[in-house]
Design a binder for this molecule. Sequence first.
Ligand code: BDP
Length: 720
Amino acid sequence: MRLTNLLRTMVSAFLLLLSAGAFAQTGEDGYDLWLRYRPLEAGLQARYGRAATELVATGRSATVEAAAAELERGLSGLLGRPLPRTARIGKDGAILLGTPASTPAIAAMKLPLDRVGAEGFVIRSTRIGGRDVIVIAANQDIGLLYGAFRLLRLVQTGAAPEGLDIVDAPKAKLRLLNHWDNLDRTVERGYAGFSLWDWHKLPDYLDPRYTDYARANASIGINGTVLTNVNANAEVLTAPYLEKVKALAGVFRPYGIRVYLTARFSAPIEIGGLKTADPLDPAVRAWWRAKADEIYRTIPDFGGFLVKANSEGQPGPQDYKRNHADGANMLADAVKPHGGVVMWRAFVYAADNREDRAKQAYSEFKPLDGHFRDNVIVQVKNGAIDFQPREPFHPLFGAMPKTPLVMEFQITKEYLGFATHLAYLGTMWEEVLRADTGHGGTVARVVDGSLHHYPVSGLAGVANIGNDRNWTGSHFDQANWYAFGRLAWDPDASARTIAADWARMTFSNEDGFVRPTVDVMMASHQAVVDYMTPLGLHHLMATGHHYGPGPWVNDLGRPDWNPTYYHRADAQGIGFDRTRSGSDAVSQYAPSVARIFADPKRVPEDLLLWFHHLPWDHRMASGRSLWDELVLRYGRGVAEVRRMRATWESLRPFVDPRRHADVAAFLRIQEKEAIWWRDASVAYFRSINRLPLPPGAPEPAMSLDAYKALSFPHAPGNPS
Ligand code: BDP
């Protein structure tokens, strides 16, 4: 027995050494994302090897080419031998890729293609002429590309090749990335280097990375990309830039990705030479129509415009005493003849408006329901303030039955620790999508269009992508790009399943790795909430760059830019009263939801101080006072990061050295900054309430003044 154990240990040590050697040669640096296609373990390789000895793809479009090329690249990597392309099924197992129109064998199969629409697919293991065949079938070529990526995912994650029977189609029509990229290649709230779009060298030089970007997006079903920042520059709408946009559109087209641009509302003045941008002015309307015609002449499948108007200093229709519908409809009329859409953002809050900021978007947009053209989609952030670590779902979801909505999530972690903190956002988005609006369905049912029968709707994610070698600035932030795509495809998908698929494809298929890694990911968002803004606190980040804590800040130009506006802490208590005795933001929700949020005993504890102002000695469910609970939550967040670090350390044998070291270093930064958040916040709130720390809670490492004195003028991602 002992001897066997010894032998086992020796063998695994030997294997470890071998694999460390292999890692050293793989040069893994994160560039390949979840499309690494490293060899499968031998058993699975043999089984897939039998089922897939050749590829039969008869279609001829660029999209079919992309699908076939990906299968060749992927399967030859995974199976460790080339996957030849042949014209017809030979004597061994084959993969057959086609539409009923391109492939008679598929037309003859009576597959349930009527259920998958234009973008869906069927994957089935079957036998044709006595041969084992894996069929990837779709109505349109883009469905074949999505099906090819799905098959590759199945192989990568170790699914058995026998008995495959998958019928799938995206639930949401628009699945978009929003890049907050400027024309000088800086990225607003970007933590992964500069913009991928090399405007200066476009259109003549097409960086091969554009194709890899398209592949990665297609692999998760993204079908559109807004190339430019919502704080827009009108210049992108001039002819030379449209040529550059056209070049990018040409690269993305085979991958089913349309390009969109942000439209600066004052463009008619800035690049059109007009005196006004009034949406009801005939000359302005004619200018936008001509501009849309020009764009569509250049890029016939251009998606449309995304607009941030009358928000944070951006121009808009209210500059001319018109409303948001006037502005959106004017642009919608311009793109309508070409089949384009306008995504008009609901992220508005005005300098001169004293109403609770959380209420302003609803107050502005709810009365306009039914006043928008049918090609206007209102794009709403997941919560009513601004991408905070945790927010209740935005009350506009469910409240706009006559206006299609797009969900806007922020993939880049502006308020969640930038690229260095490990925070898997799948759980946060799942929580929002599964929330019951009280209007007859969940948020997911609103954004997939089914609740209100929207003709078009979907999800947009503010991208976390830049020109860093690993795309997202950190290896684990790739998971957020990945999870966004998966949830846009299927807003009911499980965050845990997505995390597991990602971990398997990105790092290792071994259960000993996958289980602990997924546990880390699943706990990570809550950890950040705990050490930054526990119990429903929000908007307490430092000014401008939002790096680190600044709960004491109260000297900014507008009340609603100050953290003190949001936490309202004084000697007696803390929190924002949004019940009827306060701002009454609760009544913007459906009554069944409002009742829960308005009741401090029923509201989820993680939203308590979002909706309630409570005395420091308020009794929590734990029996502790609110103050003690708050301090413990900060500590809980730090403790979780320490656990994450220890777990990652134990996973060293499974991960190539470079990526392991990268993640370990970032976790060290995260721990340091979690402690900073905890200590600075506790020091500040204690200075307000003068209460002792609960037993066992550590003293803040520095004085409150020392925390206040920290300054980071060059923190990344900051526009100014
Ligand atoms: C805020 C960001 C700012 C964006 C704004 C927006 O700090 O950079 O421009 O959102 O979404 O969270 O328009």
